[in-house]
Design a protein around this ligand. Sequence first.
Ligand code: FAD
Length: 393
Amino acid sequence: MDFNDTPEEASFRKEVRDFILAEAPLPKKGESGVEALMNSWEANLGWFKKLGQRGWIAPAWPKEYGGAGMTTVQQFIFNEEMALHKAPRPLHMIIGLGMAGPTLIVHGTEDQKKKYLPGMLRGEDIWCQGYSEPEAGSDLASLQTRAVRDGDDYVINGQKIWTTVAHIAKYMILLTRTDPDAPKHRGITYFILDMKSPGVEVRPLYNLGNSHEFNEVFFNNVRIPKDNVIGEENRGWYSAVTTLDFERSSIGSATGMKQNVEELIEYAVEHANDPTSTLNTNPMLRYELADRMLETEVARMLSYRVASMQARGLIPNYEASLLKLFSTELNQRIAKTAVHILGLYGQLKGDDAPNRGRWLATFLRSAAYTIEGGTSEIQRNIIAQRGLGLPRD
Ligand SMILES: Cc1cc2nc3c(=O)[nH]c(=O)nc-3n(C[C@H](O)[C@H](O)[C@H](O)COP(=O)(O)OP(=O)(O)OC[C@H]3O[C@@H](n4cnc5c(N)ncnc54)[C@H](O)[C@@H]3O)c2cc1C
């Protein structure tokens, strides 16, 4: 199998690379892409604007809606080059650009597209995703937040949980139950909610690393106009699945993992002559590093497989679960290897810590990787049933 770029792909890769090197505010040595994003917000807004001018802020969207209309292979190359150079991605916009926008393009009315897509592309409107509830996560179709029709509005009561960026979001994509008597997948309606609507209350939740990413959101008689339904009443499950298909796509992340392992190798080599270094006190760490490097190659092959299926018009099914499962568990192992290698220094935060404490933060955050976007157990169930043909348990 030939993994080399065709001449057209090589020329596109060069175009992307030249643009990144000329325009992107790239992170300093030891700084992560996310840190660079936070440390230089103004520079990044300028960078996002330049990406937007080329349609590259939404590479997968059709050109008519302001995207770049990139083919799957072009998206793969684009993602690889962005990760390779640690070019800042508009992470705060990911739910709008990566999930709500594509869902509106497929299921929204022309008025909804005109009203909501431009704000996403300009990076002005942050979106959040109101799917999970205290009693509905893996089994999402059990959600209970109620929407009842009243004149030209629906009245919403209930609660969502783990809602990332709800505290800064302007809009939410919201799943509700409109027909409690129908089979659970058939009584769901999908809305766009203005987060400023009276009766919406956002309460913060702090994660293991003590940072505020996600929230609880309560709805107390919140009114949403009927024009804000995406698709049809009671058929929201089908639009919701479209959003999840977009959420799953994580092609290109293998490049970032490989870079992280290379950074650890660099640290290990720099400290090779230090007798107190964990690499000298625990020789097994060398094998651990070698394993991580080997595993990033496996992740790369899995992501090539998913991308090549998409490029041929096939919809990756259990293959996407293989990639999600392997990559998120590998990310956790890489973070663990990092804190093993750093030894006691791995517990430090702040400017004087190795890599400014980034590995500690990554280690603490990594617990969530195998939960968000569908847990590892759910991915294993999909692989067992759809990939291996085993019966449901
Ligand atoms: C960092 C982070 C960000 C998130 N952001 C959002 C967001 O923005 N919007 C949103 O709507 N949600 C968000 N979520 C929620 C996420 O989608 C859910 O946490 C996830 O789907 C799991 O649901 P749950 O937490 O209710 O766990 P549960 O579904 O209750 O699962 C509990 C445990 O049981 C296991 N389990 C459940 N069912 C099965 C089964 N059939 N077979 C075997 N094992 C099973 C699970 O794997 C898990 O280990 C986020 C979560 C995290 C961690």
